[in-house]
Write a protein that binds this ligand. Structure first.
Ligand SMILES: [Zn+2]
Length: 756
């Protein structure tokens, strides 16, 4: 191979060229490789988050920890005119130098000497950025040299685009505003792309000396730049940063945790609807003054995608006297009866009951070791009630007996599926017992409202979201269908909607109140906690689900009944505004066809309103009710003509014996057909002896059935008494294990119990 040969001159030329090239390119290469922690730290500085509602209205621009605002806009979204204007004003040769513009510096030195003061800095954009990155803020030559060195290093590390982006998003514009986006907002109240050329010129001059060039105070100083700039400056006004939906903003900041909020969030919330809802909430709170109701919260969801439309943690965030900053949407309270739909829906799903099933609303005891004796809201018992009425009128005994049938564990599992995570925590004060049927476990509106929306959505559960573009259709088409949970079947959800929208079925519990009367299909459920500390209303239409809580964060008992209908009033008014736009002709009612869809595998039958059985010729009241396809309803045997009499008698099953005693006009008990049964107490019951109340203590017995009208009682195998109908008696309390045997005709029954 022939070796390349150069003459001496060529070799020297190559050597010099290599040294020059090396000097030009190797240092930048080295500088790029050397770590630059100060720059990395600067790039990771805190930024404000612009939070918009779904119409593009600003909810908040979050403040920096140290106060002030610094918004970020990527360079490709910063209008070209702004970029050009800054380069023209600050650093004409920005794209051609390597960080330091010696020409500009020498020009500045001459200019300043002639003027006798500092009129120009001669600093490039990179040097200004270096000054911001440099933590040494002293006015020494040493620091200035360091700035120059930093400018080189920045140029070596970052592209020109990146440098300009970092510069425009970080420099100080005065009045606690950092970066061009916050400056545009602070002085002109607008977004970057809304700035006109005069405003752009004002902003590109401002960073030179933010207090000297404050356009609001010194608009005349812009006259030397252009008439347009002076005009723009004279119209500058301080922007009043909005502080809307503070509980919601606190919530999302907390959700993001240590990872910072993004530069921009487009949320699903609606400021206009939120203002409307808040005015109703405040009106209700005003009304409730004197009832110890000082706080209220409201959560409104869009049923299509489960997204939040309104989040009001309290009527007034600034009410420091009543802890207004606490977020009532997240506070856990006893939900009372508002949980009952979830229980009945589970029983429907399991095929344990139907809307026509008659449940006994009579004084009852549940459990063996720990007796559970529920009472109704109004301390009245209604005897036999159909499940439809028991749910719509919120009766307690039927709810507890339904939970007894379903099983506490199964119900809890279903509640977890519905998102009630707070019931999992052991310290939530929850005793996993039958009290759960009446809403004893503490949950939040944040959990209740999405769970309640499953009924409107044919059983589909969507977790709560607060960002836009999360529609159910999107989720379905994105192949995420499998991720959507269906805690209840479609038909169960539709039956619950049918029941919770049934104005007639609610009458037993609430009277024919106007509170829930709407001109569009809607479902409602209310709840009050045991100690009257919380009042909750849940409501839903095809499009929206709302939850309203009222009470006080201090946990004091709410006084009087005035408050009990207020949350429902708020919920109904908000839904009215949403479903009946003001411009629709007054008095116009929506057509009947706009009802909720009917369950698919159920048909309607005429049933006896008392027995829930197939209506016969003797039945006094007949209603139309959904019956599951394939169910053979028996003929009503409660309404009958006794002994060839023309008069219709009502014959109740034996379990209504005690209830009938206090309601004797209602009818008769059919004894002869029923086997001898001890209704109470249950066998293996446990009683506790109390010396304090020894004289008053007694164990109550109630027996039904039996072929004779007399029975003999044997206490611990010794004859104790002979009892006539109705078979009701007591036994004395005595520590130890005991047995009780009863004999009626040929039948006999024995039970045992313990007194401790
Ligand atoms: Zn009947």
């Amino acid at each position: 191979m022939r070796r390349l040969k150069f003459n001496r001159g060529t070799r020297q030329a190559i050597l010099i060229a290599s040294i020059v090239l090396g000097l030009l390119f190797i240092p930048p290469l080295l500088l790029r490789l050397v770590p630059f922690p100060e720059l990395a730290e600067f790039c990771a500085q805190e930024y404000s988050c612009r939070i918009y509602d779904r119409r593009g209205e600003l909810i908040q621009v979050t403040a920096l920890k140290g106060g002030g605002r610094r918004e970020f806009t990527p360079i490709k979204k910063i209008p070209k005119e702004i970029q050009k204007s800054f380069i023209r004003q600050e650093d004409r040769r920005f794209y051609f130098h390597h960080g330091v513009d010696w020409l500009s510096i020498s020009g500045a030195i001459i200019q300043n000497r002639n003027a006798g003061k500092t009129v120009r800095g001669g600093s490039t954009i990179s040097m200004q950025l270096a000054k911001a990155v440099n933590q040494d803020k002293s006015h020494t030559i040493r620091r200035k040299i360091k700035d120059i060195f930093y400018a080189w290093r920045i140029e070596a590390k970052l592209s020109k685009k990146k440098i300009l982006e970092l510069y425009l998003n970080s420099i100080y514009f005065g009045n606690n505003s950092y970066g061009i986006t916050s400056a545009a907002r602070t002085y002109f109240g607008c977004e970057l792309n809304q700035l006109d050329s005069g405003q752009i010129l004002v902003l590109s001059v401002l960073p030179r000396n933010p207090s000297y060039y404050n356009p609001i105070e010194h608009s005349k100083r812009f006259a030397s730049f252009s008439k347009e700039a002076e005009d723009a400056a004279s119209k500058a006004r301080y922007f009043n940063y909005p502080y809307k939906l503070p509980h919601f903003v606190n919530y999302i900041s907390k959700v993001q945790g240590d990872s910072k909020l993004p530069y921009e969030l487009h949320t699903s919330l609606d400021l206009e609807i939120s203002d409307m809802a808040q005015s109703f909430l405040l009106e209700a709170l005003e009304e409730a003054r004197g009832s110890r109701i000082t706080n209220g919260s409201l959560l409104l969801l869009n049923n299509e995608d489960g997204s939040v439309i309104t989040w009001l943690g309290n009527g007034d965030f600034f009410d420091s006297e009543n802890s207004g900053q606490i977020d009532g949407v997240l506070v856990k309270n006893q939900p009372g009866s508002s949980m009952k739909p979830f229980l009945y829906a589970l029983a429907l799903d399991k095929g344990l009951i139907q809307p026509s099933t008659v449940l006994a609303d009579v004084p009852s005891e549940f459990g063996n070791e720990k007796l559970y004796i529920p009472e109704n809201f109004n301390n009245r018992f209604n005897g036999p009630v159909r499940m439809r009425i028991a749910l719509a009128s919120s009766l307690n005994v039927p709810a507890v007996s339904t939970l007894d049938k379903v099983g506490v564990k199964n119900y809890l599992e279903k509640l977890y599926e519905l998102g009630f995570e707070s019931l999992r925590e052991n310290d939530s004060g929850l005793k996993a017992d039958l009290g759960l049927a009446l809403g004893a476990g503490e949950v939040s509106l944040y959990e209740l409202v999405p769970a309640f929306s499953v009924f409107i959505r044919d059983g589909a559960f969507l977790p709560l979201t607060y960002l836009q573009n999360n529609s159910l259709n999107n989720q379905l088409t994105n192949g995420r269908q499998s991720k959507i949970l269906y805690p209840y079947s479609k038909d169960t959800a539709r039956l619950i909607c049918s029941i919770l929208s049934d104005k007639g079925a609610r009458a037993l519990g609430f009277g024919y109140t106007q509170t829930f009367q709407t001109e569009y299909p809607s479902i409602f459920k209310t709840g009050t906690s045991n100690q009257y500390q919380n009042i909750i209303a849940l409501g839903a239409t095809k499009n929206y689900t709302i939850g309203v809580w009222m009470g006080n964060f201090a946990g004091n008992t709410v006084m009087g009944k005035t408050g009990s209908s207020l949350p429902a009033w708020v919920a109904k008014n908000v839904l009215d505004k949403l479903e009946m736009p003001a411009h629709s002709p007054a008095g116009q009612t929506l057509s009947e066809t706009q009802n909720f869809p009917e369950p698919e595998n159920w048909h309607k039958e005429r049933i006896c309103s008392l027995s829930g059985l197939k209506a016969g010729p003797n039945c006094k009241a007949v209603v139309s009710e959904y019956v599951k396809d394939g169910t053979e309803l028996a003929d009503c045997s409660w309404h009958t003509k006794l002994n060839n009499s023309e008069e219709i008698s009502v014959i109740y099953p034996p379990e209504y014996q005690q209830w009938l005693r206090s309601n004797p006009s209602k009818g008769l008990i059919e004894y002869s057909q029923a086997p001898l049964t001890i209704l109470t107490p249950k066998t293996d019951s446990l009683f506790f002896y109390s010396s304090l109340h020894a004289s008053k203590q007694a164990i109550p017995f109630e027996v039904t059935g039996g072929s004779e009208n007399q029975l003999d009682v044997f206490y611990d195998e010794k004859k104790y008494a002979t009892i006539n109908r109705p078979f009701i008696f007591t036994l004395p309390v005595d520590r130890g294990e005991h047995s009780c045997r009863i004999c009626c005709g040929n039948e006999e029954v024995t039970m045992s119990f313990t007194v401790k």
